[in-house]
Design a protein. Structure first.
Lengths: 299, 252
């Protein structure tokens, strides 16, 4: 795919600016995708993250105003909101036994509605951020590399370690693979799933905060446009929908692919509508690739 | 020497909706004895083991007494911590995960921060596989359970039950789907458990096996405990006749 882009627009794609553009937004998709890998491997799905993103962003903005620009308090409020949203999803799915697909679809509408009502159609700008050291630390530039890329990679590294080496990560795999076996062996499968939903909420807070810092602006539709690309990143990365299996490294590759298509289609000079075509092709091709790969491994 | 029961069940009942699966079960189990739990399909054998292993909760009012102490909030994790291991009928394996992950499922060896000691788990699994006589050289502790045969999977489930220092091992139909030679190994293995001083509850559809390994028989019929007595000099035919009679009587 890269080679196609480079072939058609070498000046754009061999330009460091192009990579900077990709790295600007990559961490946002990546952090969301990481949480989604956990949920997917635990055997559930979460479609409510776009509106949790908007809601946590709103709470961040409101707290910022109310506390006379206390970043840490605002971030804390956002984290608590995200965590609570995740608990709500987890409660509906594990305690009431609802299907996570339908539940989180509904919750997505619900939280989007709450956000719109609370926000009352405002666009909130924070010019105060422009010169703040926090902004420099989170989304500043280190040469051509935006700081958020390093934060994103650090989070990927930590979550990757937890996913593969921590007891929690192991239990996430078991919860999605054979929850009955897990329960019989004393794994608290429901709790593991709830934690996965909470992780999504927390990652939403982090993503919305970074996004607000990048633009110094909050708008209540900020979550829109994340849903399908992030899910695409998860599946392109090689995490199957069936649960019990997944990869963090794959997610990072998947997210990079998706963001490159997003940015690349525009850069080549194609109409933005072509992005969808690109996503579709890559998803189907990745399925073929996974099959070829798993076939080789099992023989 | 007065023997103290390892575990004692008092008034255990279990209902699933309108079905009464177990009615007033009272049972004592002593250290180092093998109890064959027998009964027809639907007699409640599996339900009873699930209650002991904490996978199912008994109806309120039941008492589970372990080493003289009444247990509150009985659950699978607690039961295992206190030395009760179970080889479930359905094996309870997580197929896409590795052999070693399955062996340590729910009881992972971790450091202070909860990170899994992978190398140690793999080494212990390897030793265990050798000990229980895994003949296949193809599998390593890292192989996914998905690729193992029925008997090999049962081997993993059994390994898991003996890895930890358990005082009671329950085996629910461990020999189904096994080759004859493998079945003989399981019977051998049960005797080994006894030699190590552990108690065993053995469930089997095969009355000869049930007779061969047992020190004591406990017979369930439609959720009721109808016989609880030592094997003594009882011959296999006598035992099987008794089972038949119980099954017939119940039909009245």
């Amino acid at each position: 795919m890269m080679s196609v882009f480079i072939y058609f627009a070498p000046s754009v794609f061999l330009n460091i600016g192009m990579f900077t553009a990709v790295f600007l937004s990559l961490p946002l998709y990546m952090i969301m995708g990481l949480a989604l890998v956990f949920v997917t491997v635990s055997g559930e799905i979460d479609l409510s993250f776009p509106s949790i993103l908007a809601l946590t962003g709103l709470i961040f903005s409101l707290t910022l105003k109310a506390t006379d620009f206390n970043f840490w308090l605002a971030f804390l409020a956002s984290l608590i909101t995200g965590g609570a949203c995740g608990l709500f999803n987890g409660f509906l799915v594990t305690k009431l036994g609802f299907s996570s697909l339908i539940t989180t679809l509904g919750v997505n509408f619900m939280f989007a509605g709450i956000t719109q009502v609370l926000n009352q159609g405002q666009v909130r700008q924070f010019p105060e951020f422009d010169e703040s050291p926090i902004r420099a630390a989170v989304v500043g530039r280190w040469g051509p590399i935006p700081a958020q890329l390093l934060w994103g990679l650090a989070i990927a590294l930590i979550l990757g370690l937890i996913f593969n080496r921590h007891r929690f990560g192991i239990h996430v795999h078991i919860a999605g693979d054979n929850p009955e076996a897990g329960r019989a062996m004393g794994v608290n499968v429901s709790r593991v799933k709830v934690y996965c939903f909470v992780l999504v909420g927390i990652c939403c807070s982090i993503t919305s905060t970074i996004s607000i810092l990048i633009n110094s602006t909050y708008y209540s539709t900020m979550g829109e446009g994340y849903l399908l690309p992030v899910l695409a990143a998860v599946f392109v990365g090689g995490t199957p929908v069936t649960g019990g299996k997944g990869t963090i490294a794959g997610l990072v590759i998947g997210a990079t692919t998706v963001v490159f298509i997003n940015t690349g289609v525009i850069a080549v000079g194609l109409d933005g509508y072509f992005t969808g075509l690109g996503f579709g092709l890559v998803i189907i091709l990745s399925l073929l690739g996974h099959r070829a790969l798993s076939g080789r491994l099992s023989r | 020497m007065e023997r103290k029961p390892l575990i004692e069940l008092v008034g255990v009942e279990k209902t699933f909706g309108r079905v009464q699966a177990l009615t007033n079960i009272n049972l004592k189990l002593y250290e180092g004895e093998i109890v064959s739990l027998v009964g027809d399909n639907g007699a409640g054998k599996t339900t009873l083991t699930k209650i002991i292993s904490g996978t199912e909760k008994a109806d309120p009012g039941a008492k589970i007494i372990l080493r003289g102490e009444e247990q509150k909030n009985w659950g699978a994790a607690k039961a295992r911590k206190l030395g009760i291991e179970t080889v479930h009928q359905n094996r309870a394996l997580s197929e896409q995960q590795s052999i070693y992950a399955n062996v340590f499922m729910g009881r992972e060896l971790t450091n202070r921060f909860g990170f899994v000691k992978r190398k140690e788990q793999i080494a212990q699994t390897e030793a265990l596989m050798r000990k229980i006589g895994y003949t296949s050289k193809v599998w390593t502790p890292n192989s996914p359970v998905l690729k193992l045969s029925g008997g090999e999977r049962q081997g993993v489930a059994i390994s898991r039950a003996i890895l930890f220092d358990s005082s009671l091992v329950m085996l629910d139909e461990p020999t189904t789907a096994m080759a004859l030679s493998e079945q003989a190994e399981v019977i051998e293995f049960i005797h080994d458990l006894k030699k190590q001083g552990r108690s065993v509850i053995f469930i089997s559809h095969n009355p000869w096996d049930a007779h061969a390994v047992a020190d004591r028989f406990v017979i369930l019929d439609r959720g009721r405990l109808v016989f609880d007595g030592p094997k003594g000099n009882m011959k296999a035919d006598e035992f099987i006749n008794m089972l038949r009679d119980i099954a017939r009587e119940g039909t009245i």
